[in-house]
Each structure stands twice: as structure tokens, then as C-alpha cells.
Write a protein that binds this ligand. Structure first.
Ligand SMILES: [Zn+2]
Length: 135
């Protein structure tokens, strides 16, 4: 099982700012691997020294997951700046698996409906051409 753990994830782990599934994934990686364990020690020391403000960011930003509407708005680039920034953070920095899966799903649906619209247009055009020929 490939479990690449980043500093950011460990930060969030220490701050208990992750979902249960994410926590479990990291605990698993920590049990089976030396590398993340060493990294965890570093991150913990950094946190103790208060070197990273990231913890504060996690706490502040960890409001909740994005709704389908918000994700759809994000896809269309129509979110308010604040929400867009949060979405970017949630999807890219936190790489929330739930929201990323939702986003993928929405993107698929969007491509699908674009395809259907194109098809309808083609059908319409060809039948319009047909009608023209008949008259
Ligand atoms: Zn999420």
C-alpha cells in the first residue's frame, strides 16, 4: 500500500484536524514506516517551537467539506474570492479525498452533459438540413 505522508498531513494529524479516515491512514503509515515517523518527530518539534503557523491555518480553515453546489461553483470559477481560496486550500493543500471525489464526479457529469448538448445540436442541425431539402 502506498502511503505517502506529507508534512502538512502530519501537522493536521497532530492538530487532529483530519477526517477519521485520514487519521487512520496516517496512523497506519506511522505504524508501518520509519520515514513518516521521523517526519512526525520533526513536525512535532516544529510545532512545539511554534515555528509553523500552518497549524493555525488548519484550525481556522477547517470549517467543513464543500457542498456539491460549492464544488460546482468552483468548477465554473464563480465562487466568491474567499470561498474560492478556501476551496483551493481544501482541495489542493488538504487534498480532501471526499471533496476531490465529488469534484471528479461533477467534472464527469459536466463533460457528459456538454457532450449531450453537442449531440442534440448536431441532431437538430441535421434534421434542419433535412427539412430544408424537403421543402
Ligand atoms: Zn472535503
Amino acid at each position: 500500500m502506498d502511503a505517502e505522508i506529507t508534512r502538512e498531513q502530519l501537522h493536521a494529524y497532530l492538530e487532529e484536524a483530519l477526517s477519521t479516515a485520514e487519521m487512520a491512514k496516517i496512523e497506519n503509515a506511522l505504524r508501518n514506516n520509519d520515514t513518516p515517523r521521523q517526519l512526525l518527530r520533526q513536525v512535532r518539534e516544529e510545532l512545539d517551537r511554534g515555528e509553523h503557523s500552518l497549524g493555525g491555518v488548519w484550525r481556522r480553515e477547517r470549517v467543513s467539506c464543500l457542498s456539491r453546489d460549492q464544488l460546482s461553483g468552483y468548477l465554473h470559477g464563480i465562487l466568491e474570492a474567499d470561498l474560492h481560496a478556501y476551496a483551493e486550500f481544501h482541495l489542493k493543500t488538504m487534498a480532501c479525498p471526499t471533496c476531490l471525489a465529488n469534484l471528479d464526479d461533477l467534472r464527469d457529469k459536466q463533460t457528459e452533459s456538454h457532450g449531450q448538448a453537442r449531440q442534440r445540436k448536431q441532431i437538430f442541425q441535421s434534421s434542419a438540413g433535412l427539412l430544408k431539402k424537403q421543402t
